[in-house]
Design a protein. Structure first.
Length: 381
């Protein structure tokens, strides 16, 4: 019997937890350290890959993603050790996508050539804003000129370059965003990730908001207008919103992220990394130790996995609904049929919030900004 991952792909996520500074909006597992023993970390990451390879057996690896934290703080030799271990354990697909997230500073850009030499073929730059005042407010260590220089270097070295921007920032108007996004689209190669600023619990921005000192955030109406403007400008420039926050030209979608959204398998390596692996017919969720030193100690002594949970059929269907509705292509209704509340499904269908085409369903353009609502309505209580 063919398992889902065989149709939808198998990937590797590698988490590098270190940053030069903690951004006030960031709720990712990122930590500032005065120094990092890169050789020790490289060995531990490689060891975890080899351990996971024993569990999975020889699968074809379709994508690798170095996320963080700030992976561009890794030395090229660290990346080489990780990729060499992965290559020893799993055969690489001929068209494997190997992405590394990078900050657009001059120091990190100088490592790009080394990453490419060892196999990285796609870079995602955390530009976040094309406005120096807002970059400072977001706690970024680069300015607009740094970002433009790093982007130019990346374009010379990699065929595929993406970058991120955050909008719905403090005191940002529609005209401001129109100008900034237009500039970004003129710069872009083939992919943009565009995220609305969200104030997450546990961040510095959250603390400021609780004290009433985070001023100038957009109203709900302005946030909706900013979203609509984003879709309009990107579509007009040939960048389809293939996922709620991701826009790409034809043929330039992120293979690794599609693997998540389509329900493929992926090994999660590194502090706080999550994975989804189908082993002996059972879909399992893995979670690594979050604190970097705790993970390093555990990985050096056998396994960096803190917890493994067997997922029920309903668990899997719930994940497929949550992830699949994010995609413009939607998902196969057979993946979630056991979960769907059909009377409410038909109500949403009649209200043009979702669509159905043969065996596939998805959120309409009208419904996509309201995904949490759609999921709450579609899933049985």
């Amino acid at each position: 019997m063919t398992e889902l991952w065989q149709d939808r792909g198998f990937g590797l996520y590698v988490h590098w937890p270190f940053c030069a500074a903690k951004c006030p909006y960031c709720d990712f597992n990122s930590h500032v350290r005065a120094s990092v023993d890169q050789a020790k970390w490289a060995d531990a990451l490689a060891s975890e890959i080899r351990r996971t390879g024993v569990e999975t057996g020889p699968r074809v690896l379709s994508s690798i993603f170095f996320g963080g934290g700030t992976p561009s703080l890794m030395e090229p030799s660290t990346v080489e050790t990780v990729l060499s271990a992965a290559r020893d354990v799993w055969p690489f697909a001929n068209d494997i996508e190997i992405t590394l997230e990078a900050n657009p500073t001059s120091v990190e850009a100088h490592r790009f050539e080394g990453y490419a030499k060892h196999g990285v073929n796609r870079v995602s730059l955390g530009v976040q804003a094309l406005n120096n005042a807002d970059l400072r407010n977001l706690g970024r260590l680069h300015d607009v000129e740094d970002a433009q220089i790093a982007f130019s270097i990346a374009r010379e070295i990699f065929d595929r370059v993406s970058f991120d921007l955050i909008y719905a920032r403090q005191n940002q108007s529609l005209d401001d965003w129109h100008t900034e996004l237009s500039t970004a689209l003129d710069m872009a190669v083939d992919h943009l990730s565009l995220y609305q600023l969200t104030i997450e619990e546990g961040t510095a921005f959250w603390d400021r908001a609780q004290r009433g000192s985070l001023k100038g955030l957009p109203t709900d109406d302005l946030g909706a207008d900013l979203y609509d403007l984003t879709q309009e400008l990107c579509e007009n420039a040939g960048y389809t919103a293939y996922e709620v926050s991701n826009h790409a030209r034809e043929g330039a979608k992120s293979k690794h992220n599609l693997l998540y959204w389509r329900g493929g398998d992926y090994a999660g390596i590194g502090p706080g990394a999550h994975g989804r692996l189908t082993l002996n017919g059972q879909r399992q969720a893995t979670e690594c130790w979050k604190q970097p030193e705790a993970w390093l100690n555990a990985a050096s002594n056998g396994s960096g996995i803190k917890e493994t949970t067997s997922l029920s059929c309903l668990d899997v269907a719930d994940e497929r609904l949550i992830m699949g509705l994010r995609l413009k292509e939607g998902l196969d209704i057979d993946d979630v049929s056991s979960l769907i509340d059909w009377p409410r499904f038909n109500t949403l269908l009649d209200g043009s919030m979702i669509w159905k085409n043969g065996s596939r369903i998805g959120a309409t353009d009208q419904g996509r900004p309201l995904l949490n609502y759609l999921i709450s309505q579609l899933a049985k209580s």
